[in-house]
Design a protein around this ligand. Structure first.
Ligand code: DAT
Ligand code: MG
Length: 167
């Protein structure tokens, strides 16, 4: 079954120069990258992305982590992988949420760690199921940023929307 998966290379992955390594590992899946960009993560985006964890004690720290405040790297790399069973394939390569429990050959098992505060610093985000993938992809990307039509979209005319243009 063809499906889309949101992948984020988190600020710790960027700080540890793991981008190339992670993309190489993910290329083993033979999935197609249909969107990619660097994102400066706002508090709103972070809070919405992790809304299922709002009640957890580690939530405030998680929001700071994904915004890059702990790594002095205020950015993440966001990609969409598309193809057969992409969620399962990418989650397998990423490994378990807890880096100590993750297969040692997985991305999280190889490069993740647990902070003294208890927060899992686990290098990558991978969507957990198809409905979460759709929710997350619509949060992180505009339709025009994705080179295939993943979900229905519409043309709207926005009046007086300010955009940054080349000078
Ligand atoms: P996943 O990223 O594997 O989908 P999740 O959505 O449950 O896992 O949690 C999002 C992130 O929050 C996870 O990558 C690391 C952090 N996290 C989750 N559970 C945690 C816990 N029990 N202790 C510390 N950090 C945790
Ligand atoms: Mg998750």
């Amino acid at each position: 079954m063809d499906q889309a998966t949101l992948i984020l290379i988190k600020p710790d992955g960027l700080k540890k120069s793991l981008t190339g390594n992670i993309l190489t590992r993910l290329s083993e899946t033979k999935l197609e990258i249909v969107a990619a960009k660097m994102v400066r993560v706002t508090e709103e985006l972070a809070t919405e992305h992790y809304r299922h964890l709002k009640s957890k004690a580690f939530f405030p720290e998680l929001i700071k982590y994904i915004q890059g405040e702990m790594h002095d790297r205020r950015k993440v790399m966001a990609l969409i992988y598309w193809g057969t069973d992409s969620i399962k394939k990418c989650r397998e390569l990423a490994g378990a949420t807890n880096p100590e429990e993750a297969d040692p050959t997985s991305i999280r098992g190889s490069y993740g760690r647990i902070l003294t505060t208890g927060l899992y610093e686990n290098v990558v985000h991978v969507s957990s199921n198809e409905s979460e993938a759709e929710r997350e992809i619509k949060l992180w990307f505009m339709p025009e940023e994705i080179i295939v039509d993943l979900y229905p979209s519409k043309i709207i005319v926005e009046k007086e929307r300010k955009v940054q243009a080349w000078a």
